[in-house]
Write a protein that binds this ligand. Structure first.
Ligand code: NAD
Length: 466
């Protein structure tokens, strides 16, 4: 029994307070974090009562894996989602299915009287986003979107610095996110590779990044212009690598011994048990060729965003990069803040930790106007997503009584983060800029912490040296 389990058991024995009941739909890779949390680490406050999935093999694997800690756990097929709600009576439903189905479960769970915790992106297109916004208004239920990056200590620290006014009012932001050839390639192997499933990487992946900027600025996007193309993950690139006899998937590909981009599903227990062993039920291959012509998402993207508070954002997302992480610069009236995070190599389900920080590649630096630049001592971070997953889970299950950074995001934060990407997709298709208020209505501004007063007197910078 580990430390967390001992604490959980002790607290369970003492507690008379009723535990909150959770059900989860979509028992794949990401679900494991929530299932572990609800069934083990937080079982003094949580009770996992039901799980649901369209793949009966994966569903049974999960039921078996978590029943040890939750003996009464019930498993339901996709067609019995509503029965799961009526029979197990959860307070909250956790949604971790493929992105394009989030809206179905979010809306139905709220209509059936549950609050919702959904993985990002909240959904994939404007119509589905509108359905969620309308259902939330109709039912009054809470829909929480789990933006783990806000909880990563070095990223929370950036928010703290910007709130303190250290660089004054923010005028413009330059933000570049890089996915390396391991993690980046993974989005081209399975359902993410089709826009109808994931919204493309400007929605699926950049929802994290646009949410960070919206929250860092305490503002919302108004106008978006974008360009994007698939330039690397193409049949032409494969040919240039000499991969002429490519198969549909890595598992039985004639080129598998030579291809540096292959994924070996049989090599890691979780990949094998969760995916390879369950393929016969639904034909979901986790290792499709990343050079396939079926792919319709971009791997090279540039976006310009105009914010309600007049800030201009220049954002790029490059997928087949030599390193993983990001760099961002905030230009302010009193100086500049630069923040860089280099992350470790990761592939979902292979046992690696997603987005752990590389110490030597991570820094935050302040350039005060006409004063010497200095490094800020970083807030310490451990674990996945820059140390964000742990504090996020603690907040979800135990609650943070007073969070001056207001890191918990609801449907409005979820919507504004995807609307940047949805507008960017529309802009790529039309070649024109897109106004956010033209694609979704009835959306108020999220609750963001106040920023420095942009009308306050400004201290005059030091005179230039003669
Ligand atoms: N916040 C993060 O950092 C992070 C990281 C990884 C994944 N995610 C998100 O988590 C979600 C799941 O991703 P994943 O990597 O676990 O995918 P996955 O393919 O491993 O798992 C999805 C599961 O949902 C099931 N499913 C799909 N459609 C369904 C439907 N209509 N009804 C019932 N079950 C259905 C599949 O059978 C599978 O078990 C996605 O929305 C993804 O964007 C977030």
């Amino acid at each position: 029994m580990d430390f967390f389990e001992r604490c959980a058991t002790l607290l369970t024995m003492n507690a008379n307070t009723p535990r909150r009941r959770f059900a989860l739909v979509g028992t794949g890779g990401r679900a494991q974090m929530y299932l572990n949390a609800a069934s083990r680490h937080f079982r003094h406050v949580a009770e996992l009562v039901g799980i649901c999935d369209r793949n009966p093999g994966r569903l049974e694997w999960n039921r078996h894996a978590y029943s040890e800690h939750c003996p009464g756990l019930k498993a339901f097929p996709e067609s019995d989602f509503e029965r799961m709600i009526t029979e197990t009576r959860p307070d909250e439903v956790i949604v971790t299915v493929q992105d394009s189905y989030h809206d179905l479960y979010i809306v139905r769970a709220m209509e059936l009287g549950c609050d919702v915790i959904t993985e990002k992106p909240m959904t994939t297109d404007a119509e589905k986003c509108q359905r969620i916004v309308d259902a939330q208004a109709r039912t009054g239920r809470r829909c929480r979107v789990t933006f783990n990056y806000r909880y990563s200590p070095p990223r929370t620290q950036v928010k703290d610095l910007l709130m303190s006014g250290i660089i004054g009012d923010i005028l413009a932001v330059d933000f570049q996110w890089l996915l390396d050839t391991h993690h980046g390639a993974d989005y081209f192997r399975r359902w993410h590779r089709r826009k109808e499933n994931s919204g493309g990487l400007l929605v699926h992946k950049a929802t994290h990044h646009f949410d960070l900027v919206n929250w860092w600025l305490s503002s919302v996007p108004e106008m978006v212009y974008a360009t994007g193309k698939r330039q690397f993950a193409t049949p032409e690139t494969a040919e240039r690598f000499g991969l002429h006899e490519r198969g549909e998937r890595c598992f039985d590909c004639p080129e598998r011994e030579r291809c540096a981009f292959r994924l070996d599903l049989a090599s890691k227990p979780q990949l094998k048990e969760l995916y390879l062993d369950q393929e016969s039920h639904d034909g979901y291959f986790r290792d499709r060729c990343i050079f396939s012509d079926e792919i319709d998402i971009e791997d090279t993207m540039n976006v310009m965003v105009h914010y309600r508070n007049n800030v201009k954002l220049n954002y790029s997302l490059h997928v087949f990069s030599a390193w993983e992480g990001y760099q961002i610069a905030f230009h302010g009236t009193r100086g500049r803040l630069e923040h860089k995070c280099q992350e470790t190599v990761y592939v979902s389900g292979d046992g690696s930790v997603q987005g752990a920080l590389q110490k030597e590649g991570t820094h935050t630096r302040i350039y005060p106007m006409r004063e010497p630049a200095y490094e800020v001592e970083l807030w310490k971070a451990q674990g996945a997503h820059g140390g964000g997953d742990g504090p996020l889970l603690a907040d979800i299950f135990e609650g943070t009584s007073d969070d001056s950074y207001q890191r918990a995001a609801d449907h409005r934060g979820g919507a504004y983060s995807i609307l940047c990407g949805i507008a960017a997709n529309q802009s790529i298709a039309s070649g024109k800029s897109v106004r956010i208020s033209d694609i979704v209505g009835g959306l108020s501004e999220p609750d963001y912490p106040p920023m420095p007063d942009p009308t306050a007197p400004l201290p005059m910078p030091r005179m230039p040296a003669k």
